[in-house]
Design a protein around this ligand. Structure first.
Ligand SMILES: [Zn+2]
Length: 445
């Protein structure tokens, strides 16, 4: 069968997601992501706009496209599944290798890309095409791409379906099945079922939490957890700070709702919060600024903090960047006393996130928490539910789309083997289950 797959990145370790799929003589690249840890380590204090692909490749921060050197002229599209940087972050540096291939993604993902290009003064030669969820785009006479609505931890995440003469290819990297989302629609189960009935040759599916024997709880559960802390802890007269992923607009929406219930004025501080919220507002996904003050520029930040200290921080809810303890983000700078804000005993700091389990983040978070504790802050951690599917979600997905072949993605073989184990439990034979590594190829038979 003339489908060949090159698993370029994200198959030997977590990050730098990218997969090339060759259908006869045409190639589609799914995701073009950064390896975040390597990227952050390398780009600290550097001007990103001056950075070249080869420099980032040397430090393994971007996927290695020399692996598909002889496919270069055949690439007809680059399709990122959603707006997380481990899926789109290499586009500014690598899309130009394939200048004729348009980048096709949902409108929110496109807005994020546009703001990265603008902020970093980067231009790419490729067309950028915003394709609405649940619609199909014809890439050539043989191949079409469809973006099916799915839930994750960022708006407008998609499950990519490639329509080929040799059956469909479903790319589920990243997703969870959330029947009670707090922003956006439920996953399009009806369409996934239909796709399954039309015939799926291959499912590429994330394996990050495939080892967890459960269903990943809904975002509405995370909202309840937040409510339990924000409304359930004695905070009269105290400062309250919440931090979460800047692109997690559903979570931010819950935080705003709860802040309003507390009658606190809500202030968003930090560059990346401003970027993701503004992108969402530009395409009318959200309308946060009727309820919050979004501080876009660093020079305004000090002014706003001075005002908060003067009026009384118990009247405010500060939502800021720095949930992973990033040293330059707002929360670390507040904790270090670099900004005009003073902690008092009993001020509340809520981490509505998990710690991404890499050494850099664990280190940074430790330092931040110690600094906050030294100032007398009360810390609430892990007020969070993941956006990644667990084993029982994967079972539902496999049941729905009934793929002939399965390739686990988003992590090492160690993670992927849990998908293989699940599929075998569901009756799959070894010959249809393929544990890949970065840079490997497979022809489907
Ligand atoms: Zn993601």
């Amino acid at each position: 069968m003339p489908i060949e797959i090159c698993t370029i990145g994200g198959y030997s370790e977590t990050g730098g997601n990218s997969t090339a799929i060759k259908i006869d003589d045409e190639v589609i690249i799914l995701d073009m992501g950064l390896h975040m840890e390597n990227y952050i380590r390398h780009t600290e204090d550097e001007d990103i706009s001056a950075m070249h692909y080869n420099e980032l490749l040397d430090v393994k921060a971007v996927p290695n496209y020399s692996l598909i050197k002889e496919w270069k002229s055949k690439v007809i599209a680059i399709v990122p599944s959603h707006g997380h940087l481990d899926h789109i972050g290499a586009i500014p540096f690598a899309a130009g290798i394939f200048p004729k291939a348009p980048v096709i993604c949902t409108p929110y993902t496109a807005e994020i890309l546009k703001s990265i290009f603008k902020d970093e003064k980067i231009k790419i030669p490729n067309d950028l095409i915003a394709l609405n969820l649940n619609s199909i785009y014809k890439l050539s006479n043989k191949v079409s791409v469809e973006l099916v609505n799915i839930t994750h931890s960022i708006p407008q995440a998609s499950m990519i379906v490639l329509h080929t003469p040799y059956g469909k290819i479903v790319y589920a990297n990243d997703y969870k099945f959330d029947r009670q989302p707090t922003l956006g629609k439920k996953p399009n189960f009806a369409r996934l079922k239909e796709v399954g009935e039309e015939g799926v040759t291959l499912l590429i599916v994330e394996s990050l939490y495939a080892h967890e024997h459960r269903k990943t709880p809904s975002e509405s559960v995370a909202k309840e957890m937040l409510k339990d802390v924000m409304l359930g802890v004695y905070t009269d007269g105290k400062g309250m700070i919440v931090t979460t992923f800047s692109s997690h607009l559903a979570r931010l929406k819950s935080i705003i709702e709860l802040g309003k219930k507390l009658n606190r004025k809500i202030v968003f501080l930090g560059r990346s919060l401003s970027k993701y919220v503004s992108a969402g507002e530009r395409i009318n996904l959200i309308d946060f600024q009727k309820d919050i003050q979004l501080v876009k520029y660093n020079d305004k930040r000090e002014k706003v903090l001075n005002k908060i200290m003067k009026e009384g921080k118990e009247k405010y809810l500060i939502v800021c960047t720095g949930h992973q303890g990033e040293p330059k983000a707002v929360l670390s700078r507040l904790a270090k006393g670099e900004l005009p804000f003073k902690f008092s005993n009993g001020d509340v700091v809520i981490f509505s996130c998990s710690v991404i389990p890499v050494e850099l983040n664990k280190d940074n978070r430790n330092k931040l928490e110690n600094a906050l504790k030294a100032k007398g802050a009360r810390i609430f951690k892990d007020i969070h539910m993941s956006g990644h599917a667990a084993r029982e979600d994967h079972r539902d997905l496999i049941e729905l789309v009934k793929p002939k072949h399965i390739i686990p993605s988003h992590g090492s073989k160690e993670k992927g083997k849990h998908i293989v184990e699940l599929a075998k439990e569901m009756g799959y034979a070894d010959k249809n289950l393929h544990l890949m590594e970065d840079g490997k190829r497979i022809i489907l038979k």
